[in-house]
Structure formats: C-alpha cells, structure tokens
Design a protein around this ligand. Structure first.
Ligand code: NAP
Length: 494
C-alpha cells in the first residue's frame, strides 16, 4: 500500500515533541523548539523541544539519581525489558521505517532493513545482559584468591549521528541498559524524531524513569559541554565525525572520562583480477549505495586491478543507471535525497575538484534538480593520486575508481589514509583474502561481501576511525568496568 499524507500525519502525531527527563516529557526550560525537515521536500515535519545546558544538566541529574537503583535491578529483568522492546519495535517496524524515511530520506525498503538491524541490538543485548561473568582464581603464589567482577560504569552520555537514526540509538542504548547504566541520549538535530518515538517505546517496555533521558537540541556543543566535564558523568559514547570526536576526547580528558568513539571512515573496496566481477558489482552496490552513500562504512575508494577495471566500471555504471531518485516514501524510489543542501554541495565540490584535475565522470557528476537534496549516482575514473575525493569521506553516491597492478600496490593504496574503519576485498583466492585481512589496517573487513554490519559482530575502527567496539561479545564491555577484590586464602582462615 502506498504511503499517504494521512499516514504520515497520523504517525507524526504519535511522536513526543518534548524532552524526556526523569520519565516525563517536558518542554525545554527556555521554551524553545526547532523544526525537523524532510530532506526530500525541504518542508518542516514537526517541531521538537530544543534543550539547552540547563535541560542537559537536569537530564544528568535524573540519570545520576537513577543509577544506584538501576544497577541493582537483576540482569534478567534488564534483559526482559530489552526483549519487550525488541518485540515492540518488530511489531511497529512500519512506523519506525516510515519515520526514518521522513526525517532522514532513505527509501522505505532501506529503512525497513535498518529497523531489523536496529532491533537486533535489542535482542542481542537482552541475551548478553545475563552473561557479564567475572572470575575467581587462586593467585599464582597460592596465598590469596582473586575475585574479578564486572560493574556498570555509571551514567553515560550517548551522542548519535543522523544517518542511521534508529540503529545508532539501539546500538548504544541496548548495551547500556543490559550493563545497568543510566544515560542521556543526544540525537542529531537533523533526525531526532526516531529517537523520540523509540524512547517512548522503551518507557512502554518497562524502563524505569531516569534510566533513559533524551535531549534533542540545536546547540549540541553548548548543551552537552557541561555534562562532559561533570564528574557524575562516567562515560561518553559518540558516533559521528572524526573532527567532533577529537574535540570531545579533548574535553573528556578533563575528568578522564571513559570514551567510545565510532568516527569517520574512508573504506577501500579492492577488486582483484581473480574476483567474480558480477559479485563484486553486487557488493559495490551494497557498500557504496546503501543509505545514498551516507554511511561510515561506505566504500569511499574503489581500487580495481588494471586488467578488470573496464569490465567492473561498465557493469557498475549499468547498475547505477537503474537507480531512481525519488522521495523515499514513493514505491519506485531506490535513491533518496542527501541529508541537506550543505552535504550535497560538499559532495559536488569534491566531484568538481576531481573533474577539474582530469577525472572523467563515466556517469553522473551533478545534483538532481529539487525539491530535495538529490545527487546523481556518479562514477569517476582517472582520479589523480592526492585528490581530495580519495582522502575525504564523500558521504554520497559517488564512486572514484583507481587501478593497481600488484597486491603490494593495492595494500599500500588501501592503507594510505588516516582512517581505519572498514575495507572490502573481492578475490577468489582464499589465502590472498586472509593475507589482506592480516595486512589491512581496518577494524572490519568484508571478504567477498559488501555488507558487514551485524549486531553479533564487533563494530568499530582503528587509527582515526575511533576507539572501542559496538555489538558482539565486546559491546557490553564498553559499559562495564572491571573490579578486582583480593581475598586471603580461605583454606588458611577459619
Ligand atoms: P557530526 O557532525 O560529528 O555529528 C554527530 C553527532 O555529534 C550529532 O549528534 C551532532 O549533533 C553531535 N555534535 C556535533 N558537534 C558537537 C559538539 N561540539 N559536542 C557534542 N556533540 C556534537 O557527524 P554527522 O554529520 O552527524 O554524522 C556523520 C559522521 O558520522 C560521518 O563522519 C560518519 O562516518 C560518522 N559515523 C560513524 C559511524 C561509526 O560507527 N564509526 C557510524 C555512523 C556515522 P548535531 O547534529 O545536532 O549538531
């Protein structure tokens, strides 16, 4: 059934417009609001409360007050809240998908995939909540015992980006809930509505007041700044750009705040001469075009063996020509708009600079006329070494292709970046694939696949792509600290 304007209005009327502080939705202390826009039309969807520093601190007050009792809630109960949240998100998948399409722009089919992925973090951490085991051991010299336990780190500040509004929220909230931490969530001002609807769902799932507080704001730095340096805050988990991450880490140093940083990427997509080219093109579509290229894991540089570069380029271009840019609610849409005019203009500048330096646009190379911030799917060949488009995160549907001759060249080109989040390698030589895994400086590698995200896998980067891991067995440990208790040898004590 096509989505009607009535469906949209009905859904928007269910989204809380206030700040969630200590279990109640309330206006900002200043009374201010800001508008959230549909990037496919440029029109306002609705206004939400605009938190300021005073509201941020009220949210931290609530999180700090709830921490003690929340940490004592049995892990099974915490897990069951997450499990109920998983069931509710799954039941209401269409609402979440539509809301993300409205505020972020991705086609509905992609939004549905994100809802599933996001829900998996709730299910995964509902299971992990009861598995935060410590250990008991005999000290090597035998005279004492070592008891090691895991404890919640305490109140957390969670900051999420706009590109995956639901998944980035559940990827942080679910492990924090499972570990017994309270939190203040600050969603991106471009896409706060999904977090608002999700927070209301967490209340319905039984999350006690004060455990999750949500503060949409148009003044991210000013509103979260006082929290970052407040000694009651014990952790910051941030997903966003490397620039902002760096600044937050500098501020966090003041109170030696524990940090998890999921930052930018510049993923290489390497295609060897022995690869299945059709499979590589399928992978390229997933790794480049998912979310209109607005993903930290997006393939940013295509590094293709010189003997297969023409075939790969032609087939990839043919697939891109099948994409239809349209508002994500339209059934025929396979390419949504970019998030805003600034983002579209930055992408076009990168493309123009590459073309001016001699690159060729095999397809695309320009914005699509409005309304909305659409950009043509684009392939560039002949990009010169050192071009900005090879070193900066493109965050759009643009694929620069460069060629290589030897495996060593491919590795050198792939590692030649300050980022180290994801990489993709296509080869039918298993040993070569493993060798690439050993030599590539990235936190994640897709070997003959363009889709790597999975709630059960540790997601994260190295180098300037960040610190820490989300998901997998590792994810919950970002929200736990280790305590060691020394005990005398019980066989010598009566
Ligand atoms: P961004 O500009 O860094 O913003 C990320 C979040 O930080 C937003 O909530 C933003 O709020 C907030 N923020 C901005 N300045 C801040 C400050 N001074 N203090 C506190 N918070 C601040 O990044 P973005 O444009 O939203 O997202 C795209 C970036 O995220 C890309 O670099 C992408 O690679 C990265 N990303 C990484 C991962 C990963 O897992 N590694 C996943 C997704 C995205 P406002 O938006 O309200 O200003």
């Amino acid at each position: 059934m096509p989505v009607s304007l009535k469906d949209e209005d009905r859904l928007l009327s269910t989204v809380p417009a206030g700040l969630l502080i200590d279990g109640s939705w309330r206006p900002a202390a200043s009374g201010k609001t800001f508008d959230v826009e549909d990037p496919a039309t440029g029109k306002s969807l609705m206004a939400v409360a605009d938190a300021g520093p005073e509201d941020g601190l009220a949210a931290l007050d609530a999180a700090a007050a709830a921490q003690g009792s929340w940490a004592l809630v049995p892990p099974r109960e915490r897990g069951e809240i997450l499990r109920r949240a998983f069931e509710l998100v799954t039941e209401r998948a269409e609402n979440f998908a539509l809301l993300m399409t409205l505020e972020m722009g991705k086609p509905l089919a992609e939004a549905r995939v994100e809802v599933k992925y996001a829900a998996e973090f709730l299910r995964w951490f509902s299971e992990e909540a009861v598995r935060t085991f410590g250990r008991y051991s005999i000290a090597p010299e035998g005279a004492s015992r070592l008891l090691v336990t895991k404890k919640p780190v305490g109140p957390c500040l969670l900051i999420t980006p706009w590109n995956f509004p639901l998944a980035m929220a559940t990827r942080k909230i679910a492990p924090a809930v499972a570990a017994g931490c309270t939190m203040v969530l600050k969603p991106a001002n471009l896409t706060p509505l999904t977090s608002q609807l999700f927070a209301a769902l967490m209340q319905e799932a039984g999350l006690p007041a004060g455990v999750l507080n949500v503060i949409p704001t148009s003044t991210a730095g000013a509103t979260t700044g006082p929290l970052v340096t407040d000694p009651r805050l014990r952790k910051i988990s941030f997903t966003g750009s490397t620039d902002v991450g760096r600044r937050l880490m500098a501020n966090a140093a003041e109170t030696v705040l524990r940090t998890s940083m999921e930052l930018g990427g510049n993923a290489p997509f390497v295609v060897f001469e022995d690869a299945d080219i059709d499979a590589a093109v399928d992978g390229a579509m997933a790794a480049k075009m998912r979310n209109m290229g607005e993903a930290c894991t997006a393939a940013n540089r295509f590094i293709v063996h010189e003997t297969v570069a023409n075939e790969f380029t032609e087939k990839f271009a043919a697939r891109l020509s099948e994409l239809t840019p349209a508002r994500g609610t339209e059934a025929h849409s396979t390419l949504g708009p970019l998030i805003d005019a600034k983002s579209r203009d930055k992408i076009h500048q990168l493309v123009t600079a590459a073309l001016d330096a001699g690159a060729i646009a095999v397809t695309g190379g320009a914005a699509v006329e409005g309304p909305g911030y659409f950009y043509q799917p684009t392939i560039l060949t002949g990009v010169t070494a050192g071009a900005r488009i090879l070193s900066e995160e493109i965050f759009g549907p643009v694929a620069p292709i460069i060629t290589f001759a030897t495996e060593d060249d491919a590795i050198h080109l792939a590692n030649n970046t300050e980022y180290g989040l994801a990489a993709y390698v296509y080869t039918n030589d298993f040993n070569r694939g493993l060798r690439m895994g050993e030599r590539l400086e990235t936190g994640m590698l897709g070997l003959n696949t363009g889709a790597i995200s999975n709630a059960a896998a540790p997601f994260g980067g190295v180098k300037q792509s960040g610190l820490g891991r989300e998901g997998g067995l590792e994810g919950i440990h970002e929200y736990l600290y280790t305590q060691y208790i020394a005990i005398p040898d019980p066989t010598k004590v009566n």
